[in-house]
Design a protein around this ligand. Structure first.
Ligand SMILES: [Zn+2]
Length: 382
C-alpha cells in the first residue's frame, strides 16, 4: 500500500530563492510541454519525452528534471481522460467538459514537481534534504515532521518525492510503500452507514460526531454566502482561505472517526462493512472539491480513510451493494419505502421493528458484509 507523508520544509532565504526559481522553471516547462502535447496529440510518456526533450533542455532543465516534467504532463492528461471517462466533468458537450478539452492543461506556478532520488536526497537522521535546483544543489534544507512520520520515512520511503508550494509554505510529499499485512479472518462484521446528520453510524448503534461538524459547516456556509455576495477580490481570497480551513477540519474529523471505527472493529475481532459508493478509482481525484459540495467530497474521503486505516490494521473490509439498505428491515428483511416515514426514523410495516434509521441501515450493511465476505473468501462457491 502506498501512502504519502507530507513534511514541511524550512529553507533559508537563499534556499527559498533557489526552490522558487526551480519550481517556476519546472512549471513553465510543463506548460510548454503541455502545449506541445495538446497540439501534436502526443500524450504517451516516452513519446512526449522524445518530443519535448530538446526544448526543455534549452530552457535550462537538466536531464532528470526534464524527464519528470514530461512524465508529469503525460500523467495529467491521463488523469483528465480518466476523469472525463468517469463522468466527473459532465456529459459530452457540457460547458465544463468543453473547457477542459478545448485547451492544453495549464500548470500553476506552485504546482507539484516530482523529484527522484538522483535529484533529491534525504538525510533522515539529520532531518534535512538536499535538492537539485536551477542554482545548483541546494541543501541541507531542514524539514519538520512528527516522530510517527519520521519512522514511516525511515522504514518505507521509496521512489519520488513531490515539491509543492502551498499557502506560502514549502512542502515535500514523500511516497512510502508499506507492505500489506495479511488480513485477519473476521469474526462477524461491523456495519458502517455514512450519512448526512451523523457522519457515520455503526451497527452497534454508535454515532460518530455529526453535530460539531455540521455546526461548523453551517456557520461556514452562511459566511461563504456573505463573502460570495460581496464578490471583491479580497472577499474571494478570504473565501478560498475559508474553504481550505474547512476541508482541513473535515479531513481531521474524518481521520478521527475512521480511527475509532477501525479500533472498535479490531478490538472485537470483526471486519468492517461499508457501502460501495461506486467506482471512485485511485487516479480519479475530485479535482476541485469546492465544486462539488464539501459534504459529498468529505463523505467519500471518510470511506477512503476507513478502508486505508483498516488495511493498515489488517482488518477485513467489504464493500457492499448499497441498494435499499435504508428501506429494508434489519429484523425481518421487509423492504418498503413506507418503512422510512422520515429522515431519522425506521419503522417496519411488516414486523413492527423500530430503530433509528441510520442504525437500521448500518445493521443491514453489517449483514451484507457477512455474505459479501463469504463470497470473496470462497472463490469456488460462485
Ligand atoms: Zn421487519
Amino acid at each position: 500500500m502506498k501512502i504519502v507523508v507530507q513534511v514541511r520544509l524550512f529553507p533559508d532565504a537563499a534556499q527559498h530563492a533557489a526552490l522558487r526559481a526551480t519550481l517556476d522553471l519546472c512549471n513553465e516547462a510543463a506548460n510548454v510541454a503541455s502545449t506541445q502535447a495538446y497540439q501534436r496529440r502526443v500524450f504517451a510518456k516516452q513519446s512526449l519525452q522524445r518530443l519535448t526533450y530538446g526544448q526543455l533542455e534549452d530552457m535550462g532543465l537538466s536531464a532528470q528534471p526534464a524527464i519528470h516534467v514530461a512524465r508529469k504532463v503525460s500523467g495529467a492528461y491521463a488523469t483528465l481522460t480518466a476523469n472525463i471517462q468517469a463522468g466527473n466533468l459532465g456529459k459530452p458537450g457540457s460547458k465544463r467538459r468543453q473547457a477542459a478539452e478545448g485547451r492544453p492543461i495549464r500548470f500553476r506556478r506552485d504546482a507539484a514537481q516530482p523529484f527522484d532520488d538522483r535529484c533529491l536526497s534525504w538525510q533522515l537522521a539529520a532531518r534535512t534534504v538536499s535538492i537539485w535546483t536551477v542554482a545548483g544543489r541546494s541543501g541541507p534544507i531542514r524539514f519538520g515532521c512528527s516522530d510517527q512520520q519520521h519512522a514511516l520515512l525511515l522504514a518505507h520511503r521509496r521512489g519520488e518525492s513531490d515539491l509543492v508550494r502551498r499557502d506560502g509554505k514549502w512542502f515535500l510529499y514523500a511516497t512510502c510503500d508499506i507492505p500489506d499485512a495479511p488480513t485477519k479472518e473476521p469474526d462477524g462484521f461491523l456495519g458502517v452507514d455514512l450519512g448526512i446528520v451523523n457522519l457515520a453510524t455503526d451497527s452497534d448503534g454508535r454515532d460518530y460526531c455529526g453535530k460539531a461538524t455540521n455546526r461548523v459547516r453551517h456557520r461556514n456556509q452562511r459566511l461563504r454566502a456573505k463573502l460570495q455576495a460581496i464578490g471583491t477580490k479580497s472577499a474571494k481570497r478570504l473565501l478560498k482561505k475559508r474553504r481550505r480551513k474547512e476541508s482541513r477540519f473535515a479531513a481531521d474529523t474524518n481521520h478521527r472517526i475512521a480511527k475509532s471505527i477501525v479500533t472498535e472493529a479490531e478490538r472485537t475481532g470483526r471486519g468492517i462493512a461499508l457501502e460501495d459508493l461506486g467506482g471512485i478509482r485511485d487516479r480519479v481525484r475530485l479535482r476541485r472539491p469546492q465544486r462539488v459540495t464539501l459534504h459529498s467530497w468529505a463523505f467519500h474521503q471518510l470511506g477512503q480513510y476507513i478502508a486505508y486505516q483498516a488495511k493498515r490494521s489488517a482488518v477485513a473490509v467489504v464493500h457492499v451493494d448499497p441498494a435499499y439498505t435504508s428501506q429494508g428491515c434489519s429484523a425481518c428483511g421487509h423492504v418498503a419505502k413506507a418503512n422510512r416515514p422520515n429522515q431519522s426514523t425506521f419503522h417496519c410495516r411488516s414486523c413492527g421493528f423500530a430503530e433509528h434509521a441510520d442504525r437500521n441501515a448500518a445493521r443491514n450493511i453489517a449483514a451484507r458484509g457477512v455474505t459479501g465476505w463469504a463470497a470473496v473468501s470462497l472463490p469456488n462457491a460462485a
